[in-house]
Design a protein around this ligand. Structure first.
Ligand SMILES: [Zn+2]
Length: 293
């Protein structure tokens, strides 16, 4: 069974606009001499007070602002939200606003103030307008991260086919909870380059792949310990102008508590925002909290 594809277009440049330092630099010509002296004195005082970072420090960037949407059954989302957002913030230059419930999606501009939206939800249905707003936001170019049950969500909604296209993969059931080994499909992806070839989780739900969008880029797969079938558990896709990073892993803390999974989410977020370098390291200024403004 194949997922019906929506028309896909090349993404808009996802780079964020930064403060216009370059344009400000050259405005001093023609200033009165007293202003130059005052500026020099200010510099000296600031330097003495330690307000300037060392020359070798990476250029600080505004943190990525991420909207983390979470709700639904079967999972301890109250524990996952603070754990994941805190840990990802310690790996990359990002801050999170956690919103419990889908009500916020009723506003078509719900993500306007954010650089990315992170879905960790497990609702079986939602009003059509809310899902339309979520998907249109991504189509318009907002980077998206999808985790675990977000790929199984909204199965009783008339919008489910479209949501599956948004995810870039169709899955409806999972193997019984248990340990399994995760293998890399793409050896050179910057998102998963840091992982060993085989990475083991002590326990998770292996979502069975029914169909994957041919345009989805497969990153990680698992051979089912139950029946030997291969299932894709991490991939990227493009939805309209928006980049989407997805993983079906993360049912509970067994996988979430591994450093590999936390780094995977951090890298996926950076990639979706266009801030992950080809070598798998963050773009300058996005590597960790210490580089924040
Ligand atoms: Zn689950």
């Amino acid at each position: 069974m194949k997922i019906k594809l929506l028309k896909r277009v090349r993404p808009a440049n996802p780079d964020l606009l930064l403060p216009g330092w370059a344009s400000r630099r050259n405005r001093n010509s023609g200033r009165p001499r007293v202003t130059v002296i005052t500026s020099a004195l200010t510099f000296l005082l600031l330097a003495m007070s330690g307000s300037f970072a060392a020359d070798s420090a990476p250029a600080a960037q505004r943190p990525l602002k991420v909207l983390y949407v979470t709700c639904g059954g079967y999972h301890d989302y109250a524990a996952q939200a603070p754990y994941l957002t805190t840990n990802i913030s310690q790996l990359v230059n990002a801050t999170f606003d956690v919103k419990v419930g889908l009500e916020g999606l009723s506003d078509p501009r719900f993500a306007e103030a954010y650089d990315a939206v992170f879905y960790n939800v497990c609702e079986e249905k939602a009003p059509d307008q809310l899902l339309d707003n979520a998907m249109q936001t991504a189509r318009n170019g907002k980077p998206t991260v999808m985790m675990h049950c977000s790929i199984h969500a909204f199965r009783n909604s008339p919008k489910i086919k479209e949501w599956e296209t948004f995810c870039g993969l169709r899955s409806k059931v999972h193997d019984p909870y248990g340990p399994f080994t995760i293998s890399k499909v793409d050896q050179s992806s910057p998102i998963t380059k840091f992982l060993p070839q085989d990475w083991k989780t002590a326990g998770d739900e292996l979502y069975q792949t029914i169909a994957i969008d041919p345009q989805s880029h497969q990153l990680l797969r698992v051979k089912s310990p139950v029946d030997g079938r291969q299932h894709i558990v991490c991939w990227t896709s493009q939805f309209g102008q928006g980049r989407v990073f997805c993983t079906t892993l993360g049912h509970d803390m067994k996988t979430c508590a591994t450093p590999e999974f936390r780094q995977l989410l951090a890298n996926g977020l950076l990639w979706a925002c266009g801030k992950l370098g080809p070598d798998g390291t963050p773009a300058a200024g996005y590597s960790a909290a210490r580089t924040r403004l």
